[in-house]
Write a protein that binds this ligand. Structure first.
Ligand code: CP
Length: 301
């Protein structure tokens, strides 16, 4: 049994196997209806709990569909409706759920909740996003890059904007997959110091994206940020919008990614999001394939 808690908590070999497996599984069901079962059924007779303490579209639907394609069953649980949201400890919740289900995916606020769930669960636990990281998203992003432009090793990836939880998983991935990660954003929104050494900072966005292989944007106000910070953040980040002029400075075959949901024409213009460099919907699709491979890894299949 393996947990999938973070990219930096998973070996480089395992990460590579997950990505390769995800490509193979995607190719195997190309052109099939989304509801068709996979040829093999590694999750047959398995029950998966999907716990959400925050909103979700992609994570919720892609995990649910992925489990079903592999022959398993799901229960989608809202944290607020569980006793977990009314004082029951995470440890007790983990031990109880482990008697009912074979795998737990949780989207939560504090990283400590995830770690405690993993400590007390006797079934694998997957990180579906915390305030600190979003590893499933970045596994899908690495898969998407390699699908379009080949191995990511040695490539230049430029993150524009807030040094948030999605960036943190990109930083972990930069070390494991050996790519060059550049952060361009305002100093007050720098990534957490624990990530130092995993990326370079170039304050000027025009300079940062020179010869980039991949340019990435994300929402300027994350789910865990107070809405009162919105105006200040917009003022801080306006100069880091990904628009056509900025994309023109990247390589001709550069890709543009955004994990979505987006605030169109804020962090990135619609002309970029819908333009020739954009692979945002392949990214969204690849959540499904990457997470199926992650679940197989967790269950040793
Ligand atoms: N990118 C992402 O995690 O999307 P959701 O919040 O819709 O799950």
């Amino acid at each position: 049994m393996n947990h999938f808690l973070d990219i930096n908590a998973t070996s480089a070999n395992a990460l590579r196997e997950i990505i390769d497996h995800a490509h193979t599984m995607k190719q195997a069901r190309a052109g099939q209806p989304k509801g068709m079962l996979d040829a093999d059924q590694p999750l047959a007779n398995h029950m998966v709990a999907l716990i959400f303490e925050k909103p979700s579209t992609r994570t919720r639907v892609s995990f649910d569909v992925g489990v079903r394609q592999m022959g398993g069953q799901t229960m989608v649980l809202s944290g607020a409706d569980m006793q977990l949201g009314h004082g029951e400890t995470i440890a007790d919740t983990a031990r109880v759920l482990s008697r009912y289900v074979d795998l737990i995916m949780i989207r939560t606020f504090e990283e400590q909740t995830l770690l405690e769930m993993a400590e007390y669960a006797t079934v694998p636990v997957i990180n579906g996003l915390t305030n600190r990281t979003h590893p499933c998203q970045i596994m899908a992003d690495v898969m998407t890059f390699e699908e379009h432009n080949g191995p990511i090793k040695g490539k230049k990836v430029v993150w524009c904007g807030d040094g948030n939880n999605v960036f943190a998983s990109f930083a972990h991935a930069a070390e494991k997959f050996e790519f060059d990660l550049v952060f361009t954003g305002p100093e007050p929104l720098d990534p957490e110091p624990a990530l130092n050494g995993l990326y370079r900072t170039v304050r000027n966005p025009d300079e940062a994206v020179q010869a980039a292989d991949l340019v990435v944007a994300d929402t300027w106000v994350s789910m865990h940020d107070p809405q009162s910070a919105r105006e200040r953040r917009h003022n801080q980040l306006r100069g880091y919008q990904v628009n056509d002029a900025l994309m023109d400075k990247a390589k001709d075959d550069a890709l543009f990614m955004h994990c979505l949901p987006a605030h169109r024409d804020e962090e990135a213009t619609s002309s970029v999001m819908d333009g020739p460099h954009s692979v945002i919907f392949d990214e969204a699709e690849n959540r499904l394939h990457a997470q199926k491979a992650i679940m197989r890894y967790c269950l040793g299949r």
